[in-house]
Design a protein around this ligand. Structure first.
Ligand SMILES: [Ca+2]
Ligand SMILES: [Ca+2]
Length: 427
């Protein structure tokens, strides 16, 4: 039997017991241990490992240093009891379990009553596997099993029994102490009735695109399985899901099944953008340095992989999102559903002042005429102290007909900066 466990330890799969080769090798088929809970469970409670079933009993090793009475109470709180070993098969099973779990000392379910060891279940204490010279002290009232030879006894103690104080110490011997203790719980009935299944953690991915890769990915999902005795197991594998492939758009439920129970969660399946194009340019296409791109008025045509199209005015991002820092033509890249398009806007230098470089050709008007700007040249000074002469792109007031005789002020504005000069209006 120990040899079998050794094999399992190396391949890490108790399920190997179910293979044909193993069944042939097994002589006591009725007693062979069967792994009960699914592989990959998250440890519940005290860092529990898997439950093992043998002959209708269930066993679980807990590598947690509790006093004997606390370990006893814990096993009882989860519907079992500290392990009782009443025959050689059970002894061998526990030895093999402990050889896998690697701790030093483990509590068992017996304690002295009137000076004699008695199982907590009331079972007959006739089978025993005492170490050399044990039991040896009346104040040592609780039963434990060594998994290694105790160097302080000099004997061959591995997997043999010893009586010890409930605190797990013998004087100051370093071999003992609760840091070197675990315990084993046993259940005498079927504890595997699953009563509820819920989602403990959703998969990392719950949004999909409707394309050829729209296959369910359950990475990160953890199920919570609750058993009839309150035992809770966290399941990361061994379940089935439906559907595993998405073929329609929208929110849809994925059903998760495990041991005849099911639960579910929702995913959202989106259309996948195949391409995006500019349908209508934004209202503002000329900027001054330091301004930010303004997408108002922009309309995109989005084409999906199912060849449907849609015109959108939102749901996109663009770069640069910050200030436009370079004068000249600047490319705005608009991204929607991972696809991008782009177009140029004009970025002008910020103007710090404007002055009349040359007045217009016509400076004398009659009432009823309107101002004519022909020939006017402005000197524009930019924030970086460069300057340019421009003859268009400005506005002026007044724009209507002159109605008053005399000197009339003409205000010329370019990029928010203004200058002025006077014309003469005659009757
Ligand atoms: Ca037992
Ligand atoms: Ca002892």
């Amino acid at each position: 039997m120990k040899q079998f466990y050794s094999v399992w330890r190396h391949i890490g799969l108790y399920a190997a017991v179910l293979t044909g080769a193993f069944a042939v090798a097994l002589t006591a088929a009725a007693l062979h241990p069967v792994k009960v809970s699914a592989l990959g469970n998250v440890d519940p409670g005290y860092g529990a490992d898997e439950r093992i079933e043998m002959g209708g009993h269930y066993y679980q090793v807990f590598n947690q240093g509790l006093r004997w009475e606390d370990a006893k109470a814990y096993c009882e709180s989860i519907g079992g009891h500290l392990v009782t070993i009443t025959n050689q098969e059970e002894e061998t099973l526990i030895e093999d379990l402990l050889s896998i779990h690697g701790g030093v000392n483990y509590w068992m379910g017996a304690q002295k009553v009137n000076g004699r060891m008695a199982w907590v279940t009331g079972e007959d204490f006739s089978f025993a596997n005492w170490g050399p010279g044990q039991p040896d002290h009346s104040h040592e009232t609780c039963l434990m099993m060594y998994t290694y030879d105790n160097p302080n006894t000099g004997g061959d103690d591995s997997y043999q029994w010893n009586d010890l104080e409930p605190g797990g110490t013998y004087g100051t011997e370093p071999w003992f102490g609760l840091d070197h203790f675990g315990f084993i719980c046993e259940w005498d009935y079927n504890v595997t009735t699953l009563t509820s299944l819920t989602i403990k953690s959703l998969p990392q991915k719950t949004d999909y695109y409707l394309n050829s890769d729209a296959r369910l990915n359950t990475s990160g999902m953890v199920l919570k399985a609750t058993y009839s005795d309150g035992y809770v197991s966290y399941i990361k594998s061994g379940f089935t899901c439906s559907p595993v492939r998405f073929t329609r758009l929208g929110q849809q439920k994925v059903t998760v099944s495990y041991k005849g129970h099911s639960t579910g969660f929702y995913v959202t399946v989106n259309r996948e953008v195949k391409s995006v194009a500019l349908r209508t340019k934004p209202n503002k296409q000329v900027y001054f340095m330091g301004e930010k791109f303004d997408p108002v008025g922009m309309k995109l045509r989005v084409t999906y992989t199912d060849e449907t199209t849609e015109e959108v005015t939102e749901g996109f991002s663009y770069t640069p999102a910050g200030t436009l820092a370079t004068a000249g033509q600047q490319k705005i890249v608009v991204t929607c559903g991972g696809k991008a398009t782009g177009f140029d806007v004009t970025v002008k230098k910020a103007v710090s002042s404007v002055a009349i470089r040359k007045k217009p050709s016509k400076l004398s008007y009659a009432v009823g005429e309107s101002f004519e700007s022909a020939g006017m040249i402005l000197k524009v000074t930019y924030a970086d102290n460069t300057a340019a002469e421009i003859s268009d792109g400005y506005t002026y007031t007044p724009v209507g007909k002159f109605t008053t005789v005399g000197q009339q002020k003409i205000v010329v504005t370019y990029s928010g900066k203004s200058t002025r000069f006077y014309v003469t209006v005659n009757s």
